[in-house]
Ligand binder design. Structure first.
Ligand code: PHE
Length: 466
């Protein structure tokens, strides 16, 4: 006999958990860099359109599939009578696995910065680029050492995660997010004011609102698509898992709108803080890799505001909690799948899976600056290339696994299970879904065609990022 599955205690409980999963490092560490690479305003516009027309319908799709089946991601398809779609779930789990490998490392960097601002802020202010790369093993003048600082903090971050999951105190973190999330939002607003009034930031602001189509290609679309899905936590099975814990009385369409809006707002805010700050501190010429943006460029913002060091500690602390709640959702869905599918025991599974993911993630951190570890990539224009391993991991998830899993979900709901069933799932207990017709067109035609075209064309025309 099957155990009764747990359910969210309250409406706000679910929204907090879903928003906790969505709002994370992706919004603050990844988004600004992607927006910069994609041409600022033009990327922003593409991103918003993708969230509206592809991201939101997909989140709704995942939630309704999950709630209808009330089971884990791979079992979902079997339960709904279409076993041959289990591969979609497997890719989702695979994507969650790869993301967690590097997510826990970047989470570790955030932890390092909490401590850094608390104990040695002047050192960060003195040379923020050096500070960041030292953490990653850069030792000045081309010399490098093993990045033990970053790895140590990543190990602490991952341990924290495992302990929370084993003890089942996720709800504690979610409760924390009830205060932490609005606090993060408020702090971002304060930082926004400081960032856009820094000397030299106007050019950055201008960059973020002007449309520069010369930087836009199919690849920009793929980057925006991957980023949007990643940021909303879709295409990796999380929302199916979360949907399966939802009671039938919930209005999932409204919840989707709330979560998408919150997530997107935080990302845009972060973009409007960090890109102008980068222009003000590093100057357009010196802008290198997007990844360090959130760590390097914010130093100037904190340095030049009253109580900046205090705000620095609080900011990274809030980011840490945002990262923890996202990472938990990833680990939780992997563990839920492994324990339900193979009847493995929860504690041992969590520890082993976390240890393996942490170890693979070490390659991610090591390839940032310390060692020339490479991945392999292919597109028709550039042929086979060997990007840094860290980029390779992100490419793999954002540009292949997430879009393919999302595409699988659309095809499943649009053509096999049928949108009518999803709509019936949404419209229960007298709930009316006013956009039902639009939704069915989006999930049946628009989303699969758009995702497929972007995927194929990006690989055919070449990646500008590799
Ligand atoms: N959405 C999270 C973020 O923006 C990352 C994440 C991706 C979490 C996929 C769960 C699943 O940081």
């Amino acid at each position: 006999m099957e155990k009764k599955r747990p359910q969210w205690g309250s409406k706000i409980g679910f929204i907090l958990a879903a928003a906790g999963s969505a709002v994370g490092l992706g919004n603050i560490w990844k988004f600004p860099g992607r927006a910069f690479e994609g041409g600022g305003g033009s990327f922003l516009l593409i991103y918003l359109l993708i969230v509206l027309f592809l991201g939101a319908p997909l989140m709704l799709t995942e939630l309704s599939v999950g709630r209808a089946s009330q089971t884990n991601i791979v079992g979902t398809f079997r339960r709904l009578g279409h076993r041959r779609f289990s591969w979609v779930g497997l890719i989702g789990i695979g994507g969650a696995f790869v993301i967690t490998c590097y997510y826990c490392h970047v989470g570790g960097w955030v932890l390092r910065y909490v401590l850094g601002y608390a104990t040695e802020a002047p050192k960060i202010y003195a040379d923020s680029i050096d500070y960041f790369y030292n953490m990653l093993g850069y030792h000045g003048e081309g010399a490098t050492i093993f990045p033990w600082v970053a790895i140590l903090f990543a190990a602490i971050f991952m341990t924290l995660n495992a302990v929370i999951i084993i003890r089942g105190v996720e709800s504690g973190i979610e409760k924390f997010n009830k205060i932490g999330m609005p606090a993060l939002f408020l702090l971002l607003l304060i930082l926004l004011v400081r960032a856009v009034t820094l000397d030299g930031s106007q050019a950055g602001l201008h960059y973020m609102v002007s449309l520069d189509w010369s930087k836009v290609s199919f690849d920009t679309f793929l980057a925006a698509l991957g980023q949007a899905f990643y940021s909303l936590s879709i295409g990796v099975s999380i929302m199916i898992t979360y949907g399966s814990y939802l009671p039938r009385t919930e209005n999932i369409a409204r919840n989707t709108a709330v979560v998408c809006a919150m997530d997107t707002l935080v990302a845009i805010l972060a973009g409007f803080i960090i890109v102008p700050a980068v222009f003000a501190t590093l100057g357009e010429q010196q802008i290198g890799k997007g990844g360090g943006f959130a760590f390097v460029s914010l130093a100037k913002v904190f340095e030049q505001m009253p109580g900046g060091t205090f705000f620095g500690v609080v900011f990274y602390l809030l980011l840490l909690f945002a990262a923890l709640s996202s990472c938990m959702s990833l680990v939780e869905s992997i563990v839920a799948f492994l324990t339900e599918h193979f009847s493995w025991q929860r504690k041992g599974t969590t520890i082993s899976v976390c240890a393996v993911m942490f170890c693979i993630g070490c390659l991610y951190t090591c390839s940032q600056a310390a060692y020339p570890i490479k991945g392999v990539w292919f597109d028709a224009a550039n042929g086979i290339t060997f990007p840094a391993f860290c980029d390779f991991m992100e490419f793999l998830t954002d540009r292949i696994m997430i879009p393919v899993c999302a595409l699988g979900c659309c095809i499943f709901v649009g053509w096999v299970w049928k949108p009518e069933k999803a709509i019936a799932e949404i419209e229960q207990n007298g709930i009316r879904f006013g956009l039902a017709r639009t939704y069915s067109i989006l999930v049946k035609y628009v989303a699969p065609l758009a995702i497929l075209t972007i995927l194929v064309m990006s690989f055919a025309t070449g990646s500008t990022l590799s």
